[in-house]
Design a protein around this ligand. Structure first.
Ligand code: NAI
Ligand code: MG
Length: 364
């Protein structure tokens, strides 16, 4: 079996603390022959301190050569005044761009033990398991023209442009249909074709892609504003939601927050399959940042990072049983009443980062 190459970029703040718990899991899996080969690099503020850039060319090459990148978090007040081009976030943006990670996967899963802590009623979110697939490299965040024009009459004009080409919509909807086949086989595509030309095209191309290659999957279309409303009204009607960069940014934040703390939320970003091997470039990271307010205290919740590694097992290595088992271990530890401070509630047992990681590993 070829080695499974992981490149670890822990970053700043709580990034390394959370990553340490994933490293334990990798070491345990290697003892039973999983064959992970890990290498580590620097990204973000720590990379800037070491060599004046948010990520070095050497580390970029390693990221490109790896089967998957595990990313912690970057940034913090220490680097607030470094030049814009080399700020910590530039490292993440560079990785997304050079690895061409066009598909951002954000699951919203409700762990039974935490069903009471949502802002929504328990029966609305209990058992929730949905996946938002957001287009990440196109749309209004990148379209040209993108500028502020001085109109010369005391007025200025700010312009952003939403642009989508057929191939971009085909490939993101392809990812959504393929993932749906491994889940409940249902995709809901969201756009605003009622007011946007790019929405008309989005709807058309998703429909054609479905007809040509994925007609076994159930497909619905929904206007994105109605989709936002339905997400908080009855989220369990969804399985996979596919949408553009802007709507996906907002809808994935809404969906994620249905289910709990930032410290619980994983994500994956996938690129196009390699023409020869069929393997996708991929980066897995928690949704949260470097949490400078709690960094170095040993109290960060490692679950978002560990759940990101579970996504890595599932999507980069096809290790579905292992991914299921790791996610079940997280649920079991929560069922046992263990909580890090961010998800602590009355009657539960508060534990630190290491103890939470150890408990999950013990159930895995
Ligand atoms: P943040 O996600 O770092 O923290 C927000 C709040 O949530 C804080 O109170 C923090 O303590 C808490 N929190 C976050 N993750 C947690 C965890 N795993 N366990 C327990 N509590 C957790 O966002 P914030 O404070 O806006 O940004 C802090 C720094 O992180 C900034 O420099 C920001 O630019 C950077 N950032 C980096 C991201 C990335 O690397 N992808 C994403 C978001 C922010
Ligand atoms: Mg956002």
């Amino acid at each position: 079996m070829a080695a499974r190459k992981l490149f670890l970029l822990s970053g700043d703040g709580i990034g390394p603390e959370a990553m340490a718990e994933v490293k334990k899991i990798i070491a345990a899996m290697n003892k039973t022959g999983a064959g992970f080969e890990t290498e580590e690099g620097l990204v973000g503020g720590c990379a800037y301190d070491a060599h004046g850039k948010a990520i070095s060319e050497t580390d970029m090459e390693k990221a490109l050569a790896a089967d998957a990148v595990l990313f912690g978090a970057v940034g913090g007040p220490k680097w607030d005044s470094v030049p814009y081009e080399v700020r910590p976030e530039a490292g993440l943006l560079r990785l997304r761009k050079d690895l061409a990670l066009f598909a951002n996967l954000r699951p919203a899963i409700c762990y039974p033990a935490l069903a009471d802590s949502s802002s929504l009623k328990k029966d609305i979110i209990e058992g929730l398991d949905i996946l938002i697939v957001r287009e990440l490299t196109g749309g209004v965040y990148f379209g040209e023209p993108k500028e502020i024009i001085d109109l010369g009459n005391g007025q200025k004009r700010g312009i952003d442009t939403q642009v989508y080409d057929t191939f971009e919509i085909e490939r993101i909807s392809g990812v959504a249909f393929e993932l749906a086949r491994t889940r409940k086989n249902h995709v809901t595509s969201m756009e605003k074709r009622n007011v946007m030309k790019s929405g008309v095209l989005w709807n058309e191309v998703v429909t054609q892609t479905h007809k040509a290659k994925y007609s076994d999957v159930k497909l619905d279309h929904m206007l994105a504003d109605a989709g936002g409303m339905q997400l908080v009204r009855w989220p369990k009607q969804f399985d996979v939601i596919v949408t553009d960069n802007l709507f996906g940014d907002m809808l994935s934040d809404v969906a994620a927050m249905l289910t709990g703390s930032l410290g619980m939320l994983p994500s994956a970003s996938l690129g196009a399959p390699d023409a020869k091997t069929g393997k996708r470039k991929a980066l897995y990271e928690p949704v949260h940042g470097s949490a400078p307010d709690i960094a170095g205290q040993g109290i960060a919740n490692p679950i978002a990072m560990i759940a990101s590694f579970a996504m890595c097992l599932r999507y980069s290595f096809g290790m579905v049983a292992e991914a299921d088992s790791l996610e079940a271990a997280i649920a079991a530890v929560l069922d046992d009443g263990l909580r890090t401070r961010d998800i602590m509630s009355a009657g539960m047992q508060e534990v630190g980062t290491t103890a939470m990681g150890d408990a999950i590993l013990a159930k895995f």
